[in-house]
Ligand binder design. Structure first.
Ligand code: AR6
Length: 170
């Protein structure tokens, strides 16, 4: 049985085997979670991202996919970078958001991670409404998490996000 837990805080402080980054397809950093992870994790993470760009993702990491690097100085073993969809009023991109959680959990299991910490992907700069983002996160984690992953931890930056995830968890 996989446990789903909620934490209120900064994901860069989480002790977990894998920490998921809400990246963009360039893999070269940005604001929000991405900026915080690179700042706190140090240049090793960016070096690893550059190497991935050079070897496999010359055109960038596609939306909905996930790839792992070192976690640098973070209290984690790996950072799993995933690219969430930008929220759209006109187009349903839910499947791409679900894919971020699914693919990150697949990569985590391949690495042998037992604990995986996620931010609320796409709900910041990419504009996804928190209640819908929380529903997709919880539903997908419940359906996709499998051994050796034992715990999926959602790390919510503020109290409102925490409350919305709590409601989604039921
Ligand atoms: N710890 C946990 N949650 C956080 C933290 C943190 N340190 N910082 C922000 N959040 P965002 P996105 C919350 O914008 O929407 C970057 O520029 C935040 O309140 O980090 O997927 C990338 O390079 C929100 O609820 O990611 C991309 O270009 C959630 O984490 C773009 O932003 C996600 O917010 C990705 O946008």
């Amino acid at each position: 049985m996989v446990r789903i837990t909620l934490v209120h805080g900064d994901i860069t402080a989480e002790h977990a085997d894998a920490v998921v980054n809400a990246a963009n397809s360039s893999l070269l950093g940005g604001g929000g979670v991405d900026g915080a992870i690179h700042r706190r994790g140090g240049p090793e993470i960016l070096d690893a991202c550059r190497a991935l760009r050079a070897s496999q993702y010359g055109k960038g990491l596609p939306t909905g996919r996930a790839v792992a690097t070192t976690a640098g100085k973070l209290p984690a073993r790996w950072v799993i970078h995933t690219v969430g969809p930008v929220w759209s009023r006109d187009e349903d991109r839910s499947e791409l958001l679900a894919s971020c959680y699914r693919e990150s959990l697949r990569v985590a299991a391949e690495l042998g991670a037992r604990t995986v910490a996620f931010p609320a992907i796409s709900t910041g700069i990419f504009g996804w409404p928190m209640d819908d983002g929380a529903r997709i996160a919880v539903e997908t984690a419940r359906a996709a998490a499998a051994a050796p992953v034992e715990e999926v931890r959602f790390v919510l930056f503020d109290e409102k996000a925490y409350a919305v995830f709590e409601a989604a968890l039921g």
